[in-house]
Design a binder for this molecule. Structure first.
Ligand code: AMP
Length: 511
């Protein structure tokens, strides 16, 4: 087995790797690092979780040991599809670069240009950027790309999903032809192959995991459920509880942003230590939520696919698919959040009768049948019966029974959507988040304190990757009111004001 010392890295880097606690290079590191040190272009086909970040960060540090950065002329450039991934790569430079004096600048959206410009002005050895923000700086004349010696394109297939390929092509043409290019992608669709043919020069191809496979260290199980949200939530709660102490922390995936908020509120209401992450949250709120999860202050993170893309959260013990993903490849990405770097993990997917075609596509893609935890859908009690149970649960909400519920429903339909979000559940969620002993997340301007950080802003934010928004729009076609009725939850009657929130409590307060 190869050791780090055999890869040809400098003593300073070997010391940092040792301090990080890594003894053996992962296959992508063993394959890519020696090639990169020889100044060859590299085409790395590897999923997140394989240690691929270090496979470009370590050789970059080695090559940066000679020479100095000049103002506005970064020496190396790393392109990442999302802000979180860019921030994660920066953390890797902090970890592996403890023995180096290098300037790292992060150019991501959602933060002020001024600070970023100051960093560029000081001279950056490493520039980590999302394509859009990089081009913004370039167009403002604050950045020269003619000094870039190494270009890293990471998560290329995600870039493709997010519509960044034209930006990537443009950036590649702005950087000298003589540069070294290190290119990483989990899968190789035709568009990506074309890109590599255009911009890589005789690359060394290092492939570590077959595309579209899930790690062998992850135990995958399917769990049957009736279709209604309250049924699915009950199944999820039972699963979480059954895992007991084995569940260190978990990411729970929903297909829609709206469901992220709704599930998060329900979990908090049931006393779980949960947070939420979705594409409409503002950057700082996302970062705070993420660091609380990474630090162990939050045990459960409810997330949408776009928000969670490529996040490196070491030691995630469990992944739950509250919704089975519509796109089979999302299943592989989601499951990839656990069982990283050889650790073991568990992934549970909740399946209803409406999900079988998506499940079939997933099983076809990963080339294996996933086992059922406790009998397949045929062992589910008749749908009628389950719905009846749900109705009975909701009927317990008050003596007035049907009449008051109907009135409640009509009133709620008459209210604007923003008021609907500010239900009695929200203040409780805020109380729970503030108890995390962490800095208070910054709320988007249009979100008041009563909506908690996860509430859906009224304005759907434009998103480069249309997936999330498309799903959201689809959902708004008639289902929105239905899904936000609080009587979906089989929970005890609320205390205090109950369903009737006084108007003064709905006045937005900006923090
Ligand atoms: P990545 O694929 O770069 O997102 O890395 C996945 C996780 O593996 C990160 O938490 C790394 O810190 C960790 N890791 C990277 N290299 C090694 C290694 N050689 N041995 C053990 N863990 C590693």
């Amino acid at each position: 087995m190869t050791t780090f010392a055999e890869l040809g890295l400098s003593p300073k880097i070997l010391a940092a790797v040792e301090a990080a606690g890594y003894t053996t290079p992962t296959p992508i590191q063993a394959g890519a690092i020696p090639q990169a040190l020889e100044r060859k272009d590299v085409l790395g086909i590897a999923q997140t979780g394989t240690g691929k970040t270090a496979s470009f960060v370590l050789p970059m540090l080695h090559l940066l040991e000679k020479g100095r950065a000049r103002a506005r002329m970064p020496r190396t450039l790393i392109l990442e599809p999302t802000r979180e991934l860019a921030a994660q790569v920066e953390e890797n430079f902090v970890k592996y670069g403890v023995n180096h004096r290098i300037n790292v600048a992060l150019l991501i959206g959602g933060v002020s240009f001024d600070e970023q410009e100051r960093k560029l002005e000081r001279g950056a050895d490493v520039l980590i950027a999302t394509p859009g923000r990089l081009l913004d700086h370039f167009e403002r004349g604050k950045l020269l790309l003619t000094g870039v010696e190494i270009l890293v394109i990471d998560e290329a297939d995600r870039m493709l999903d997010m519509g960044f390929i034209p930006d990537i092509e443009r950036i590649c043409k702005l950087i000298p032809f003589t540069r070294q290019t290190l290119f990483f992608s989990a899968t190789m669709p035709a568009e990506i192959t074309k890109l590599t043919e255009q911009f890589l020069h005789s690359p060394a191809r290092v492939e570590v995991a077959k595309a579209s496979t899930t790690a062998k260290t992850v135990t995958q199980r399917l769990v049957k459920s009736a279709k209604k949200p309250w049924d699915k939530r009950a199944v999820l709660r039972d699963l979480i509880q059954a895992e007991g102490d084995d569940l260190k922390n978990a990411i729970i995936f929903c297909n829609r942003k709206m469901d992220v908020s709704e599930l998060f509120r329900s979990l908090v209401k049931h006393g779980f230590n949960a947070g939420a992450l979705h594409g409409d949250m503002d950057q700082r709120a996302r970062m705070t939520m993420l660091s609380n999860f990474k630090d162990g202050n939050l045990q459960l993170l409810v997330a949408s696919d776009v928000a969670a893309r490529g996040l490196d959260i070491p030691d995630v013990s469990h992944v739950f698919n509250y919704d089975i993903p519509i796109h089979a490849e999302d299943y592989v990405h989601r499951i990839g959040r656990t069982g990283r770097a050889g650790r073991s993990g568990k992934a549970f997917s909740i399946i209803t009768g409406a999900d079988t075609k998506y499940l079939d596509a997933i099983e076809k893609m990963i080339g294996e049948k996933i086992e059922w935890l406790d009998g397949d859908l045929s062992t589910l009690p008749a749908q009628e019966e389950t719905e009846e149970t749900g109705r009975r649960g909701r009927n317990n909400r008050g003596k007035n029974g049907k009449k008051s519920r109907d009135k409640d429903h009509k009133e709620k339909q008459a209210q604007p959507r923003v008021a609907e979000e500010k239900t009695a559940e929200a203040p409780q969620a805020v109380a729970d988040i503030s108890a995390l002993n962490a800095p208070q997340p910054v709320l988007p301007d249009n979100v008041s304190i009563g909506t908690a950080v996860t509430a859906e802003p009224v304005r759907p934010a434009p998103h480069k990757n249309g997936h999330e928004d498309r799903r959201q729009n689809h959902n708004q076609n008639g289902q929105q009111n239905k899904r936000h009725r609080r009587d979906f939850d089989d929970e005890p009657s609320p205390l205090g004001f109950g369903d009737d929130i006084p108007a003064f409590m709905l006045i937005p307060i900006n923090i």
